[in-house]
Design a protein. Structure first.
Length: 77
């Protein structure tokens, strides 16, 4: 059970492309993606897995909740 979450956001942060599907999506790109491009890629990947509510898409009714294990630095442990 998760009781509390703390996010550390930074102004003008760079995207972290560490998720396997994102790495595949950007593998053929010749430049690093922007935050906006990364956001759009995440939305497309999730839509492809019926993880977004999409009007007119009867399959987009997923009730699952997805968590990714965070990557912690040795200092954070």
């Amino acid at each position: 059970m998760i009781l509390r979450v703390t996010y550390a956001l930074s102004h003008d942060g760079a995207p972290r492309v560490v998720y396997g599907d994102l790495k595949k999506y950007f593998a053929s790109w010749d430049h690093k993606p922007t935050l906006a491009e990364t956001r759009e890629a995440v939305r497309l990947i999730r839509a492809g897995k019926s993880m977004l509510l999409t009007p007119g898409d009867e399959d987009a009714r997923s009730g699952r909740f997805v968590l990714q294990n965070p990557v912690l630095s040795p200092e954070a442990v």
